[in-house]
Design a protein. Structure first.
Length: 212
């Protein structure tokens, strides 16, 4: 099962990606985590991406598409995958189609902007492995420490309120049109991203199970 998660930054895509991937036994491909790894490693791609990510802007298509193509060729993607953070634009979606990759379903998590801004201020990310937490909705077992690798949890620069607003503007302008792109292919399932996290998960899994 090849899936895409759509939703504004902070809509809860990362949390639901973990649930979906555990249920179906497929890997989550997070563009953000791959790019942040490049930033930490100081690669040429990382240096190119840095100026965009810190300003809350999109990383150029040629960089992102190259990352994704390489990742989807790995063995663990042969039985399916979930893309989180890609595609973000219509040209990226078209590039995915040209790569010959079939998408079975696009799950859209819909959350109002006001809720997004409130959520992002409480988000914390492991600086070592990239795992995501929240000071209210998804607390680590030990405050400030990652459950997975014991790395330090930090607030990313692009989670600060001013940057969040800019990221939302970019999302509405560049990424939201993807909904119509995939609606024309009859592949979109939308779910209200406000409320109980486990209930949202149940709705998503039920819709995806119906495809099998």
């Amino acid at each position: 099962m090849n899936l895409i998660l759509l939703g504004a930054p902070g809509a809860g895509k990362g949390t639901q990606a973990e649930v979906i991937c555990a249920h179906f036994g497929i890997p989550a491909i997070s563009t953000g985590n791959i790019i942040r790894e490049a930033l930490r490693s100081g690669t040429e791609m990382g240096l190119r991406a840095k100026q965009y990510t810190e300003a809350g802007q999109l990383v150029p298509d040629d960089v992102v598409i190259g990352i994704i193509a390489e990742r989807l060729n790995q063995d663990d993607c042969k039985k399916g995958f979930l893309l989180d953070g890609f595609p973000r634009t219509i040209p990226q979606a078209e590039a995915l189609d040209k790569m010959g990759i079939t998408i079975d379903r696009v799950v859209e998590i819909d959350v109002p902007d006001e809720e997004i801004i409130q959520r992002m201020s409480g988000r914390r990310v492991c600086e070592k492995c990239g795992a995501s937490y929240h000071i209210v909705n998804k607390k680590p077992k030990v405050e400030g420490v990652c459950d997975l690798c014991a790395g330090t949890l930090v607030q990313r620069k692009d989670d600060h309120p001013d940057t969040v607003k800019e990221r939302l503007n970019v999302y509405h302008e560049k990424t939201e049109p993807l909904k119509d792109y995939y609606l024309k292919q009859n592949k979109v399932f939308s779910v209200d991203g406000c409320g109980d996290i486990s209930e949202i998960s149940k709705q998503i899994l039920s819709a995806l199970e119906a495809l099998i």
